[in-house]
Write a protein that binds this ligand. Structure first.
Ligand code: GAL
Length: 659
């Protein structure tokens, strides 16, 4: 990719042919250079089994090609045609409650059903044979949002596939029994075919069974992706991808997906009602970059409101531009929208688009066209990476395991802590990378582990080595408790981090709903005083660490709430409660960053995002006031040179190129 790819989902089958030429003309006017085509058109290109109608697709691909617009060609397998469901009722999705899902929508199929798999292979074979060599096809868009509504299927075929998956993983059922701890309640299996999918059951279903089920379900979707990708690769040299939903799809473990795609593509929609939704967007972008290990693309975001949230708040003036450029700042080399032209019919007619129902005399269209012109001037960032000194651990397996039933508190939520720590760093203008707990962390000055409930032995060693070799680590409560089978590490909690943190926990003391405990700063340490903790307290026993703050109240009054352990050449910090806000979390992170030598941009106004990427500095003003940002540079979009502070208008974005 030499220029930033710009465009959106294009669904010409919803429009009469007269619109197609007009679409191409408008796309050119807006600087669109790539569109996703055919993502949901299976029922149109294959009207009956083995009968194909390529007329529309042939023509549209030809028109786009003539217009110099590349095609990201969809495989339509997320929306199987009605005839397939009718001919093979066994492909229908069965949910956890055992209900068979009806048709009339997309996705409602079982990824493990042989008839569905065969039908996918056959339509993809046809598409790849017909268009694999077409010069307009620059990218393959396999399926759409694997796991969107069918992460898990509980039909008989799925159960059989699960049993086979387990047999391949464990070889011998006794190994499975040992790994799953089935001696508990005598839930022992004597053969793989005795194992049931974890559908609705009495409470207390074996957590290890549930974790393997989630891994299996993820793998079934990966298997479908691979099947399609391999067929395509035989016929086409174009790269292939599928659109992820980071971080809003809990069921797909994108660390496992990362190696499967040629380019990581993500869909991100603002959680519009949240006041600070720009922070969640940044987090999504940073996590996507981590999964990609470099540049990536936004396959879908919205020009304004979506249609599927409880209240679909429209974007405010300038917000789309801020959102789009924040993705670019954080590593996106492509910016695509759902969708090109707003639909008139169907379930998504109230979703915004690049061409709204009101046409081109609209602010949305003017903003879309202006953004296209801006992107043409930003080719310099394409292929470049984003520099970060701080990493945050992220693991879908911890998310899964932490939120199974019967934890010490229902307030233990994976994203609650990750987002709290991420937001505190964001508000201090610190760019964050995400990392898997077993990844090489040596390039980071500081690593933050807010919700690392599951840590394998390898991750435990990794974190210890990181600290001993000079790294700085901040850990939040209820981390390092269990291994990958949800089995408690031997000895006192937190087994995987005891030595690294220099402490052990005698007992957990979760708090009541809404309860807050004050903290006292230990003398001279300067953090924690005046802060309050929520959700959690525990009886921390020091074994090498020292307390930097104590609980001032509650069951652990007078006992350590924040600790510091100098180990080897590094330091490990621990928070035994949920900190928030300026005196708690910000202080802890600021102190840890200071000790770790993390450079923080100074003098940046609150709620202004500053990100460095590929010789550019992106200044994104999320406030309603004009601000000045220290430092100078040359505006990459209009060439203005600044010697001193750079003015960034209210709600605006300025991108400075290094001289
Ligand atoms: C995505 C999906 C698109 C469209 C969009 C609406 O989840 O991939 O096809 O439905 O949401 O926001």
């Amino acid at each position: 990719m030499q220029t930033i790819r710009y465009g959106g989902d294009y669904n010409p089958e919803q429009w009469p042919e007269e619109t197609w030429r007009e679409d191409v003309r408008l796309m050119r006017e807006a600087g669109v250079n790539l569109v996703s085509l055919g993502v949901f058109n299976w029922g149109i290109i294959e009207p009956a089994p083995g009968e194909y109608d390529w007329s529309g697709l042939d023509e549209v691909i030809g028109l786009l090609h003539e217009g110099g617009i590349g095609v990201d060609l969809g495989t339509p397998t997320s929306s199987p045609p009605a005839w397939l469901r009718k001919a093979h009722p066994e492909i229908r999705l069965v949910d956890r409650e055992g209900r068979t899902l009806a048709g009339g929508s997309r996705h409602g199929v079982c990824p493990s059903a042989p008839a569905y798999r065969d039908a996918c292979a056959s339509i993809v074979e046809q598409l790849a044979a017909r268009y694999g060599g077409h010069p307009a096809v620059e990218l393959w868009h396999v399926h759409n949002e694997y796991g969107w509504a069918n992460v898990e299927c509980y039909c008989e075929a799925s159960t059989a596939a699960f049993q086979a998956w387990l047999a391949a993983k464990y070889g011998d059922v006794d190994r499975l029994n040992a790994a799953w701890g089935t001696a508990f309640w005598g839930l022992v299996y004597r053969s793989f075919d005795q194992i049931e999918a974890p559908a609705v059951a009495p409470p207390g279903v074996n957590p290890a069974l549930q974790l393997d089920w989630k891994r299996f379900s993820n793998d079934e979707h990966i298997a479908n992706y691979r099947l399609q990708r391999e067929i395509i690769a035989r016929r086409s040299k174009a790269p292939a991808t599928t659109n992820f939903m980071i971080p809003n799809c809990e069921g797909m473990d994108y660390w496992r997906w990362a190696g499967e795609v040629d380019v990581v593509a993500n869909n991100h929609y603002l959680i519009a009602e949240r006041e600070d939704h720009q922070i969640e967007l940044s987090m999504s972008a940073d996590l996507t970059r981590a999964v990609a290990g470099g540049p990536w693309m936004i396959m879908e975001h919205s020009t304004s409101a979506v249609n599927w949230q409880p209240r679909n708040i429209a974007k405010t003036p300038g917000e789309m531009r801020r959102n789009s450029l924040a993705h670019v700042a954080r590593g996106a080399d492509g910016l695509m929208f759902f969708q090109w032209r707003a639909s008139r019919a169907g379930a998504e007619k109230f979703h915004s688009a690049m061409v709204p129902h009101g046409g081109t005399d609209t602010q949305v269209w003017r903003d879309v066209a202006a953004l296209g012109r801006d992107l043409e001037r930003l080719s310099g960032v394409v292929g470049t990476d984003v520099a970060a000194d701080v990493a945050m651990l992220w693991d879908w397996e911890s998310w899964w395991a932490l939120e199974l039933e019967w934890r010490p508190s229902v307030d233990l939520k994976y994203r609650e802590r990750v987002e709290a720590y991420y937001a505190a760093l964001w508000r201090q203008h610190v760019t964050v990378d995400f990392a898997h707990p077993e990844a090489d962390l040596s390039g980071y000055r500081l690593v933050v582990a807010p919700s690392s409930y599951v840590l394998t032995d390898a991750a435990s060693k990794n974190l210890r080595g990181y600290v001993e070799n000079g790294g700085h680590l901040v850990v939040s409560y209820f981390s390092g408790i269990v291994d990958e089978h949800d089995t408690v590490h031997p000895g006192a909690h937190p087994g995987a981090l005891r030595e690294t943190l220099g402490l052990w926990i005698e007992e957990f003391h979760p708090l009541r709903e809404g309860e807050e405990l004050g903290l006292d700063s230990a003398s001279g340490a300067g953090i924690g005083g005046g802060a309050a903790g929520r959700i959690w307290s525990e009886h921390v026993r020091l074994d090498g660490a020292r307390a930097v703050a104590h609980f001032a109240a509650g069951p652990d009054r007078g006992r350590p709430a924040l600790t510091r352990h100098d180990l080897g050449r590094g330091t490990a910090w621990y928070a035994a409660t949920a900190l928030d806000g300026p005196t708690g979390l910000n202080d802890l992170l600021a102190t840890a960053m200071e000790a770790a030598g993390v450079e923080r941009p100074q003098g940046i106004p609150a709620n202004v995002e500053v990100v460095r990427r590929g010789g550019h500095r992106f200044l994104i003003n999320h406030t309603a006031q004009d601000v000045q940002v220290p430092g100078g540079g040359v505006d990459a979009l209009d060439g203005t040179a600044y010697d001193g502070p750079v003015p960034v208008p209210a709600g605006g974005v300025v991108i400075l190129a290094d001289a």
